[in-house]
Design a protein around this ligand. Structure first.
Ligand SMILES: Cc1cc2nc3c(=O)[nH]c(=O)nc-3n(C[C@H](O)[C@H](O)[C@H](O)COP(=O)(O)OP(=O)(O)OC[C@H]3O[C@@H](n4cnc5c(N)ncnc54)[C@H](O)[C@@H]3O)c2cc1C
Length: 456
């Protein structure tokens, strides 16, 4: 872009770590879901907090948007450059800055991915549990308040981020939170930035809680005659206080997709996948208790997998659900959407949603982190069929409104992005105006990832 003073200034700062190549810009303007690509004007590959601060200051001087980027695995239109601007890719910020084994915490640069952190921790007996399936960056996971399969035991990013280093919209660098396990000192800025999707600042460092790797892990799988039997099993398991580490629901459409993709032969019925952590006897005891509950709700073939390779095979199949769904219709595009409801309303919400999907004739397997009351639909859509898209939009909207009416939320973990902005008012009412005030106080020019979460 000749004659663009911001690009010239950024090039002087970063050299060839500033790219205006079309392919690079397009890659950074598209998430992992169906949302249209909207490319930024340039991509800046930052390597330090100081560099991010310098880039943001230049963007502020020139009044140009900033879109932070981790690994681009988000699903709700979070990284589209709706108003152009500069994408700051932090994926080269790969340092593990501190590891405090006795205190079970660490500090990492924002570009470290969850798998890279766990590889680094391998010999310490510690691990970082939050697992959104994709190998996302820890900065991106903090920014979307990600969770995943084992949030039922270990919580979400909100529970596991202890502090952050953030570059604000004017280039100032702040550190929030700290290493103390609790604090009553002032406003909780850490939790303000967790889930802010790049709209308030660029996260450059993340302080995280770690956990000891459990002595034993046992996985189990159990199929049910009815979806309600499976969901009632989940509810009673949680209400009984059994500390399951993972409890995932796959409806019969999802099982069919997974069987085909992973060459498994699971009964094509609503199915729960479990994982139990603890000592050998405690993990076994938990599995036995859940097995009894499942039996009471029509569960059959409760099968255990204690060997690591069997466990891995099972969970890999679960993690590949997205790709298994896309493989159902060659050339299809996927649209993943999630809601979360109080657990007592989960069965009702899933059953009504399933009925709606079947009546509308759209293809959408259901999978859920049901221990948290969270479930997902993956619409498998024909990109050349506008009717398919329209039907999916209808099902999505009705599902969100159903979840809100049940005291739930329009998204349990994927975030708002551009795609769920329209539901924020219905969920939060007047609180949205306070969110807007916070946004404007921190970003008066509306330059930080504009067009996401709320309109300004
Ligand atoms: C197959 C598949 C399965 C998934 N399953 C789950 C799941 O189970 N649970 C779940 O929670 N998510 C899931 N996701 C969604 C996704 O992995 C998460 O949203 C993840 O947290 C995004 O991280 P990222 O590094 O890819 O962020 P990106 O996609 O790069 O960015 C996401 C948002 O965060 C902002 N951002 C990124 N980095 C920073 C930063 N350093 N500072 C400030 N803002 C930043 C961006 O501007 C954007 O708004 C899944 C995705 C896929 C493809």
């Amino acid at each position: 872009m000749p004659g663009d003073p911001l690009i010239d200034a950024l090039r002087a700062l970063l050299g060839d770590r500033l790219s205006t190549a079309r392919a690079v810009r397009e890659h950074h303007g598209k998430d992992s879901s169906f949302h249209a690509m909207e490319a930024p004007d340039a991509v800046a590959f930052a390597e330090s907090t100081e560099e991010v601060s310098a880039i943001v200051k230049l963007c502020a001087e020139h009044g140009r948007p900033v879109i932070p980027f981790g690994t681009g695995t988000s699903l709700e239109g979070q990284i589209q450059a709706t108003k152009g601007g500069i994408c700051i890719d932090v994926s080269a910020m790969q340092q593990i800055l501190e590891l405090n084994e006795s205190d079970l915490d660490c500090r990492v640069q924002a570009g470290v991915t969850r798998k890279a952190l766990n590889t680094h921790l391998r010999d310490t007996g510690l691990f970082f549990p939050i697992d959104p399936g994709a190998d996302a960056s820890l900065g991106g996971m903090a920014a979307t308040s990600a969770s995943g399969t084992n949030a039922v035991r270990y919580g979400t990013m909100r529970d596991n981020v202890m502090g952050l280093t953030v570059v604000l919209a004017d280039g100032r660098v702040i550190r929030t939170g700290g290493r103390a396990r609790k604090s009553s000192a002032g406003y909780d800025l850490t939790r303000l930035f967790v889930g802010s999707e790049g709209t308030l600042g660029v996260i450059t460092e993340v302080q995280l809680r770690l956990y000891g790797i459990p002595e034993a892990m046992t996985a189990a799988v159990c199929s049910f005659e009815s979806l309600s039997g499976a969901v009632d099993t989940v509810i009673l398991t949680i209400q009984s206080g059994i500390p399951v580490a993972r409890i995932e629901l796959l409806d019969e459409h999802q099982i069919d997709a997974v069987n085909r993709y992973a060459k498994l032969d699971l009964p094509v019925k609503p199915t729960l996948f479990f994982e139990f952590h603890g000592t050998e006897s405690w993990a076994r005891e938990q599995a036995e208790m859940v097995g009894e509950i499942a039996e009471g709700y029509g569960g059959s073939n409760f099968e255990w997998a204690t060997k690591q390779e069997d466990r891995n095979r099972l969970w890999q199949a679960r993690h590949n659900a997205w790709y298994a769904n896309l493989a159902l219709k060659p050339g299809a595009m996927g649209w993943a959407t999630d809601v979360c409801v109080p657990i007592s309303r989960l069965a009702e919400c899933i059953l009504e949603t399933r009925k709606d999907i079947d009546e509308s004739g759209v293809l959408a397997p259901i999978v859920g982190h049901v221990g948290d009351g969270n479930f997902h639909l993956t619409f498998v859509l024909d990109p050349n069929d506008p009717d398919d898209m329209k039907k999916a939009e209808g099902v999505n909207e009705r599902m969100v409104m159903r979840a809100l009416a049940m005291g739930g939320t329009c998204t349990g973990e994927h975030g708002v992005g551009s795609s769920k902005m329209k539901f924020l008012q219905a969920e939060h009412g007047e609180s949205v105006s306070v969110m807007r005030q916070v946004k404007l106080a921190l970003d008066p020019q509306n330059l930080m990832n504009p067009g996401k979460i709320l309109t300004v």
